[in-house]
Ligand binder design. Structure first.
Ligand code: F0G
Length: 452
């Protein structure tokens, strides 16, 4: 099948209001981030065209050999699933194409035998945000936007800044003045974004500010309430299934912050099922940090709504969010897939992160909430040891080197209890005299370092 034969999987696409009682539709060519009628969130809704899945799956495979820049992207390679955007508008850094790894140490750590990590941190800007950013920034370009803006706990701003630079657009990022990991701020600065550290503000406060600013003409919002971000992030699941030969894993585990990623994965599941690509859903489990747990708390109470956490606290700063905008759809995802939602402690996150490091992979703290959640579910017997589980690692180890150094040198504080976390996998650097005998004694005597 060549490109000329290939068309979208969709006959028709439009914005649709997510409010059951509204459901109004709007053309995708409008610049919208909320329903003009009722103010609720929007999503892209589609009418499927009549396409058989097999030839499309084969075509996606063939594209791995193509020299077309769009085919080098792990997002645009699956463009038949995306809203229509002309190739001349596409802004790509060859995002996606992230590896899937078995992980023996981590599997043992959690007490399971079939664990895979899909490491989304191996993206051009080091986090999963690039999957959505390439699509949303391309749409911004198609609409003629000139200023890109976002609120961020760090990764969104790094990603948006990079894509804005590629597109030659102005980037304004708003971040809380504290609790943003160093690597992420450094990226925003290096990519040339105007970086505003909003004094005394939390992520939730900052998001309110940018939502207001995005009403201005020319200003385009890049947070996950932008439906085009969600569209791009759907390809995380499509790429994963392509890598797994379309064998649907039993369980998919993600960290939850603003819950955009959870919603994107669920939307991909629904659409793939509707199009005949998959017959069943994996369970989608969402793991939050104990001090930023509005969804887990609502689920534990059996409530239909979340109660915002006014002062969220966690050292996993990426998910330090008290009022996630996508909570309603995330609740639906949990219900429809039979997944769990739980919150893990600061110590559980820290230990799990070090375990992922021991597999030679590593990740940033928020990503490690996944392994901590799997271990907990296993201990509570909510998970069979042989279940096939894919955990999504959302950010690269080097995003937050300060956290990692504090853990290994025994300086990491549990912000909820005020106590230091005593890392069982801590591996501090060892000062040593500049003499052969002093150094050589470490070659084989493991008891001298940390007992490994
Ligand atoms: N993991 C990492 C590394 C993140 O940066 C984020 C969110 C999440 C998980 C949670 O994803 O919001 O889709 O549930 N970071 C955002 C930011 C909020 O501004 O970079 P989510």
């Amino acid at each position: 099948m060549d490109e000329a034969d290939m068309c979208s999987l969709w006959r028709y696409a439009a914005f649709e209001c997510l409010n059951e009682e509204c459901r109004r539709q709007y053309p995708l060519t409008e610049k919208l981030f909320a329903c003009p009628e009722c103010g609720d969130l929007l999503q892209v809704a589609y009418e499927p065209a009549d396409q058989a899945p097999d030839p499309i799956r084969a075509h996606w495979r063939e594209r791995r050999l193509s020299e077309n820049p769009l085919d080098h992207s792990g997002v645009w390679r699956f463009r038949e699933c995306l809203p229509p955007i002309a190739p001349r508008h596409v802004v790509t850094l060859r995002e996606g194409n992230t590896p899937v790894y078995p992980a023996r140490f981590s599997a043992q750590y959690a007490g399971v035998s079939n664990l895979l990590f899909k490491h989304l941190g191996f993206n051009p800007t080091g986090s999963f945000k690039d999957y959505g950013m390439t699509v949303a920034v391309s749409q911004a370009r198609a609409l003629g936007a000139r200023v890109l803006i976002c609120a961020s706990t760090g990764n969104t701003s790094a990603s948006m800044a990079a894509y804005a630079a590629r597109a030659g657009m102005r980037a304004i990022v708003l971040i809380p003045s504290e609790n943003v990991a160093l690597g992420k701020i450094a990226q925003a600065l290096e990519y040339g974004a105007v970086t505003l550290q909003v004094k005394g503000a939390s992520f939730d406060d900052v998001l309110r500010l940018v939502r207001e600013l995005s009403a201005r003409p020319d200003v385009y919002l890049l947070n996950s309430l932008n439906p085009f971000r969600i569209e791009g992030q759907k390809t995380i699941l499509i790429e994963l299934l392509d890598q797994l030969g379309w064998n649907v894993p039993e369980h998919l585990v993600v960290p939850g912050g603003n819950l955009g990623n959870s919603v994107a994965l669920f939307k991909a599941m629904e659409e793939l099922q509707r199009l005949g690509f998959i017959a069943r859903f994996p369970k989608l489990t969402i793991v939050q940090a104990q001090g930023a747990n509005p969804l887990a708390e609502a689920v534990a109470r059996g409530a239909r709504r979340i109660t915002p956490v006014p002062h969220p606290r966690t050292q996993a700063t990426a998910i330090r969010i008290g009022y996630p905008v996508n909570w309603r759809r995330a609740l639906q995802a949990l219900e429809a897939t039979g997944g769990f939602c739980l919150a893990v402690s600061e110590a559980e996150i820290a230990e799990a992160k070090a375990a992922i490091g021991r597999d030679g992979i590593g990740c940033e703290p928020a990503s490690a909430a996944t392994l901590a959640g799997i271990k907990r579910l296993r201990e509570e017997r909510k998970l069979a040891p042989s279940e096939t589980i894919v955990a999504l690692l959302t950010g690269h180890l080097l995003k937050d080197p300060e956290y990692t150094m504090r853990y290994h040198s025994g300086q990491l504080e549990d912000v909820l209890t005020g106590r230091h976390i005593r890392g069982r996998l801590a591996n501090p650097p060892i000062p040593v005299e500049p003499r052969l005998d002093a150094v050589a004694r470490y070659l084989y005597d493991f008891s001298l370092s940390d007992g490994r």
